[in-house]
Design a protein around this ligand. Structure first.
Ligand code: NAD
Length: 520
């Protein structure tokens, strides 16, 4: 398995293809510090969603290769856990520099495989880069606590130790940011890692892994395997893997949470969303319109923090014309084209699903203020494009409201009062994010206190906190106790150990006492 490869030809391979046609390259596994070709005969096409060109093929990593990856991670842990935290941090310092150096390459890969605009792809990398920067302060972040002389010359202190081998399972919508939520925090805490990128767009994760190796991450500390359900089940079942970070849909997330928990593993599982904005009649009109359009249609709605539902207190009538005008101005095109506002959705199946939910909504009484289903983009006629779509008069019983659409569709609902609007949001099963637009501090404060969502925005459409806080989704949007990054992220990737020690010139002879020791 471990053949060394020329630099520059490390991530992808073309060897298995016939010589007479130009083949899409095959993505490699990363095992024990080597980018190696999988022996698997099965693979999945990575398709450019704007053109349908096959960019590469992802192998379904075999069980044997998976075991080799776990074995490499387990072996590397012995040395890595005792490597000083300052040395581990230094690898992250170098990694952040290399990510900045290769920002454009990473962004282009994301646009090619995922479809989002180049500017948005840079944002994808940048929000992940901030987690790498955060990991550079790990020595302080993982500090323990100390209480001196809790009893007769006895001191107690707590230390945070790495867990061992951890794993991460990624979704398609942030091909750089989400791998970077995971492995930099995990490895800087002293763990070793198995990453399973999305099979739809693994390229950015592979490039980041190569940068991590260039930054000096020792062999076996980060490993990459590929595939879908089978490899994920292997990760859940393996006794040597101690913790799993998952980001993706509820179907996969709850399956992984239950299966891995049954094996005694820690799991943090970030899942689906239906993020609401409440718009008060006193809201600043321009800010609100800009925010709704940007957060509803940006990244073609394929963000877990997209604002997909707007609840207008007093009705949406007064807002619809302007909303329509703003949405119609957006340019739908391939992400590589300059001035594109939103690119294609990830696959033909995703487009079909989004269009079906729009149709269901209209058939059950929603009014199409703007219908983006029949859009054709000149030069990219095969792309999976859906134009901005606005449905008004949406009610909570409609399928388009109950399901996460994950496309450029903004649902408009109405409420008589702030109380009614808050109750609409709170009844919804998801709780990733919610925002209010208002100029009233009283309304904002009531919203902040009463809303049941993990990430709250006040005149801020996408309130995703920077890495010194945590990504705090709640209700059905999150399963587990410890969120991604921030203090909770460090706690997730470390095990607390407490030490109680007694040091005295002469240890006291107190005889044998079978009573519970006390500090009297
Ligand atoms: P997905 O669940 O289809 O895939 C995510 C990962 O799980 C992939 O690596 C995939 O191979 C694996 N997987 C999929 N189905 C599986 C199954 N049945 N058994 C085992 N493994 C399985 O998600 P996606 O379509 O790639 O991503 C979109 C979803 O991710 C949306 O629901 C979105 O809201 C969510 N998301 C959430 C957050 C968050 O932080 N809450 C962030 C980004 C995306």
């Amino acid at each position: 398995l471990t053949i060394s490869l020329r630099r520059g030809a490390r991530l992808l391979s073309t060897a298995a293809e016939p010589i007479y046609r130009s083949p899409p390259p095959r993505v490699r596994n990363l095992i024990g510090g080597e980018f190696v070709e999988s022996r698997s005969t099965e693979s999945i096409d990575v398709v450019n969603p704007a053109t349908q060109e096959i960019v590469s093929r992802v192998p379904l990593t075999t069980d044997e290769e998976f075991k080799a990856a776990v074995c490499a991670a387990k072996g590397a842990f012995r040395k890595w856990r005792t490597t000083p935290v300052t040395a581990r941090q230094r690898v992250m310092l170098k990694l952040q520099e290399l990510i900045r150096r290769d920002m454009d390459k990473l962004a282009l890969n994301i646009t090619t495989e995922q479809g989002k605009t180049l500017r948005d792809a840079q944002g994808d990398v940048f929000r992940g880069l901030e987690v790498v920067e955060h990991a550079c302060g790990m020595a302080t972040l993982q500090m323990g606590e100390y209480v001196s002389n809790v009893s007769n010359s006895i001191d107690t202190f707590s230390i945070r130790e790495p867990l061992g081998v951890c794993a991460g399972i990624c979704p398609f919508n942030f091909p750089a940011m989400i791998p970077l939520w995971m492995f930099p925090m995990a490895v800087t805490c002293g763990n070793t890692f198995i990453l399973k990128p999305s099979e739809k767009d693994p390229g950015a994760a592979m490039m980041l892994a190569e940068l991590a190796m260039e930054a000096g991450l020792p062999s076996g500390v980060l490993n990459i395997v590929h595939g879908t359900n089978n490899i994920v089940n292997n990760i859940c079942d393996d006794d040597d893997i101690r913790a799993i970070s998952f980001v993706g849909s509820n179907t996969a997330g709850m399956h992984i949470y239950a299966r891995a928990a049954a094996k005694g593993k820690r799991v943090q599982s970030n899942m689906g969303a239906k993020n609401h904005a409440i718009i008060m009649p006193d809201a600043n009109a321009q800010t609100t319109l800009n925010s709704l359009v940007a957060a509803g249609f940006g990244a073609a709605g394929q963000r877990c923090m997209a604002l997909s539902t707007a609840v207008f207190v007093g009705g949406s009538g007064a807002w619809e014309d302007e909303l329509l005008k703003h949405a119609e101005e957006l340019k739908v095109n391939a992400g590589v084209e300059t001035s594109t506002d939103l690119g294609p959705v990830i696959s033909k199946q995703a487009k079909a699903r989004i269009c079906k939910l729009i149709q269901d909504g209209i058939e059950s009484g929603a009014r199409a203020v703007l219908d983006g289903r029949n859009i054709v983009v000149p030069g990219y006629e095969n792309g999976n494009f859906v134009g901005p779509t606005i449905l008004a008069d949406v009610t909570a019983d409609m399928e388009c409201y109950k399901e996460e659409i994950f496309g450029p569709v903004l649902l408009c609902m109405q409420a008589e009062s702030l109380d009614e609007a808050i109750s609409i949001v709170n009844i919804n099963k998801y709780g990733n994010g919610a925002s209010i637009f208002t100029t009233s501090g009283v309304a904002a404060r009531k919203f902040q206190n009463e809303i049941e969502a993990g990430q709250v925005g006040i005149n801020v459409p996408i309130p995703v906190p920077l890495p010194f806080f945590s990504f705090t989704g709640s209700k059905a949007s999150f399963a587990g106790d410890l969120n991604f990054y921030g203090k909770a992220g460090v706690h997730f990737y470390t095990q607390l150990k407490t030490v109680t020690q007694q040091w005295k010139d002469e240890l006291p002879d107190q005889g044998v006492s079978l009573a519970m020791p006390t500090s009297h």
